[in-house]
Design a protein around this ligand. Structure first.
Ligand SMILES: Cc1ncc(C[n+]2csc(CCOP(=O)(O)OP(=O)(O)O)c2C)c(N)n1
Length: 298
């Protein structure tokens, strides 16, 4: 399990290239900055199309097709093993589109083979660099360019796919959720991942002011509210069995506090908010049960 990290223990050196080309308040640029700081210099990064490749700046590695993410990481990890360089982190830094949707089968195959690789997903809950199209990570009722708000249908009609649990069910060594609002927790999880041989995945909730439509100065606040309301719980799962919540407030904040600052949810009714609240509370209670026993309750 991850070990607590303090603010003072966060490495000062940035490994990312200047993030100047990112949008103001970009959560994904921050996710990259934090993740690569902790990974350090012995890192090869593979990219597939997403904001960090086309818009923001992350360390450059091989670029590839969405579907080939899992295969490219696998090939590189095996080549490094052959060269006796298993000390190098082989990292896929992908979007939710590349993880939850288009790249899923290749990543699932790599997870099933337990390849010695990292998948770090910056989850901004839509295909952002092509213009905010919905992905299977987009939450219920969110307005995107392909789930507009009209007279018949208002926003996305399907729920967000539970990708952390889908990968946990592969039984791989390490799966964790993280948030740009909790940098110490994120870095602690990367530090732990560096001690693990095999498949490691960290899904980082990364608010996007352009797509979610909130004031860009509020990225950290929005990220924290997602965690504090239980909409994006922070946890880690080892071998698909051991489970721990890494942030456990005594009481969750109402989901409305998280939804309200975001114009993508502006059309959502009180009744729909009550539904999201009920669903969030139910999932949280299930996670608490797993946390109390230490055993994942899927
Ligand atoms: C097979 C395939 N389909 C579609 C595209 C077009 N495309 C490029 S980037 C992108 C969006 C990626 O979204 P996500 O992975 O969530 O990353 P983000 O842009 O949000 O950073 C899409 C659809 C593509 N390059 N290849």
């Amino acid at each position: 399990m991850s070990q607590r990290v303090t603010r003072a223990q966060i490495p000062l050196e940035d490994i990312t290239i200047t993030p100047g080309s990112a949008c103001q308040g970009c959560g994904a640029a921050l996710a990259a900055r934090l993740a690569f700081k902790a990974l350090g210099k012995n890192t090869i990064r593979h990219g597939i199309p997403c904001c960090p490749d086309s818009v923001t700046a992350t360390p450059r590695g091989g670029g590839g097709a969405f579907e080939g993410g899992g295969a490219a990481l696998t090939g590189t990890a095996r080549a490094m093993k052959r060269l006796g360089r298993e000390d190098i982190n082989i990292v896929g830094f992908f979007g939710d589109g590349g993880t939850y949707d288009i790249g899923l089968q290749g990543l699932s195959a790599a997870a099933e083979r337990n390849e010695n690789i990292w998948v770090i997903t910056k989850d901004n809950e839509a295909y952002m660099n092509t213009g905010n199209q919905r992905s299977s990570s987009t939450p219920l009722y969110a307005r995107t360019s392909t789930t507009p708000v009209g007279s018949k249908i208002k926003g996305k009609q399907m729920k967000k796919k539970n990708i952390p649990m889908i990968f946990a069910a592969h039984g791989v060594p390490y799966i964790a959720t993280a948030s740009v609002g909790y940098p110490e927790d994120l870095i602690a999880k990367i530090n732990y991942g560096k001690t693990v041989k095999g498949f490691k995945m960290i899904i980082i909730h990364s608010p996007c002011p352009v797509g979610w439509r909130y004031d860009p100065a509020q990225t950290i606040q929005v990220a924290r509210l997602a965690v504090q309301s239980g909409v994006w719980p922070l946890f880690e799962v080892l071998n698909g069995e051991q489970m721990r919540l890494t942030y456990k407030p005594r009481e969750l904040k109402p989901v409305s506090e998280y939804l309200k600052p975001q114009a993508r949810f502006r059309h959502v009714t009180d009744e729909q908010i009550a539904g999201i609240q009920a669903d969030t509370t139910k999932k949280w209670e299930k996670l608490l049960k797993s946390d109390e026993t230490g055993q994942l309750f899927l």
